[in-house]
Design a protein around this ligand. Sequence first.
Ligand code: MIC
Ligand code: SF4
Length: 642
Amino acid sequence: MKKPLNVVEKILSAHLVEGDPATDAEIGIRIDQTLTQDATGTMAYLQFESMGVPRVKTDLSVSYVDHNTVQIGYENADDHDFLQSIAKKYGVVFSKCGNGICHQLHLERFGKPGTTLLGSDSHTPTGGGIGQVAIGAGGIDIAVAMAGGAFHIPTPKVRAIFLKNRLRKGVSAKDVILTVLKKFGTKGNVGWIFEYCGPGVATLDVPSRATIANMGAELGVTTSVFPSDAVTKQFLVAQGRGKDFVKLVADPGSEYDDAFEIDLAKVEPLAAAPHSPGNVVTVKSMRGKKVNQILIGSCTNSSYRDIRTVALYLKGKHVADDVEVGIACGSRQVVNMLAKDGSLAILHAAGCRMLENACGFCIGAHMSPRTGAVSLRTNNRNFEGRSGTKSAQVYLVSPETAAASALTGKVEVPTKKPVAAVAAPKKFPVDDAMFLYRATAGKGVKGTEIVRGPNIATVPKGEPLAKDLAGVAAIKVGDKITTDHIMPAGARLKFRSNIPQYAKFVFEPCDPTFHDRCLANREKGLANVIVAGESYGQGSSREHAALCPMYLGVKAVIAKSIERIHRANLINFGIVPFTFADPADYDKVAAGDRLELKGLRAAVEGDGTLTVKGPKGTFAVKTALSDREKHLILCGGLLASL
Ligand code: MIC
Ligand code: SF4
């Protein structure tokens, strides 16, 4: 008899191209679809271009423009033109700026149950809401997938999140994922995939499932997946994509490595308090707290269901005088629907600022709050300074909590006066006019000239790993350092396509002298080493957090632990991801210490263990690398290995 399979096993086994999950620590899977967004996309396509492949080899590749939409200066517009021309040339569908946020759009128009999606954005797992194995990765991994190459993940452990009963009114998907984050935190989940199951799944519509899968990224898991069932079918039919439906549920008797049960009826309105999505408290405990700003939208909560719910709370009312409220819809489809059913008029009349269908505030590219503000937001990350205002206190909440609080300017519990649930639409208005090059998808248009303005620089390549290394601990940071600390976005985002320029801001929020000191060390012939605590590199997939340090001569990271996507990015750019063999040795290193990494190359070739000599004595570090990863590091990174 065939072994009963869970949903993750079904999809992965159908896509397995390298390794055996029963015996190997890493497996390679075939990628059906890719997505990129503009902030990571320019590098991804420059890297793809340098691979010399004539056109993309995936079933579908889409290039979205949604992050760098505020065009102050020529840089972002240069990037958009470059992306548009390269999409045309290589057979990529191009989503024009203004169309919406990549994850919301992909869910609406392209996500297919049972397929794999790889995206150069950490919230690509949003596609798990529609039954895809959707994974976030660095741009160069997407380039490899577009060129037909496999993608490698640690052989996953699968945790069942068993949902029973249904949510109370005023409680929604955001509160469910915050419940999961409260239980599992933002670290220690590397290598897991969370699969949602149980009778409660059928009570959640696709946008709600997508919200939960989206913010699974904050757990640090590889991805999160929902089954594909009657609810999925209804969503796809309503999108005019009934033919994309396949049923995909776990076989009876299928097994999981772990299980956790959530009684949806007992889920409370929750908030992630500053400065971590894992710092979860009840909304009740914050009740009455004065709020300065409320921002609704982002790829977590910008569906029609979410914004319509907000409109129902605000109908016939006005937001409080001393709170600013901004709303960014996820797509033009959402805006069209809100325009037709009168919600837009309600939101305008209520005094909300209607923002562009884009990432905007979520990435600190718009509406940074005032000094010391309390900002309630429906997005997924509240890392210190990410809003663009270091002193701001950002709380992550559901659209219901945000809307209820907008009316009084104080934190309110939405279950007190809930509004009616928004029914899943029977038919979504479909308008794909802002998706260009659909007719030439996969084929490309020969002779297309690629537009390269002055903001488009070249991608630096790494050098082969040295035999021994004389280094300096160029910086020592603590636990949970995010990629927003390493490579800030917001006002700096527009330099994404120009590495020498962007590299000036590496570690800007922690130590603005990092760049200059690294260059000075490099001139003295010393390698730079980053020393860090637990869960280094949390958050985004931005490979710039590895690429720019590589450019500054960083050759190794020594941390207590390193998050999955960032670890893969370090390897892709030839930086050795070491962890302390004994985490207590973290105290043996100080910033500025000279470090001897004698026998580094041999250690990488061998079992990955090395003794480092510092001023306070020696300590052991280790790195568990697959043969593929060893090869990349020894060559100086993926590009150098080609
Ligand atoms: C984010 O939410 O941090 C981003 C901006 O979408 C990043 C991608 C990037 O840095 O360009 C992500 O989540 O991967
Ligand atoms: Fe955009 Fe924010 Fe989503 Fe990142 S988390 S893709 S910045 S909306």
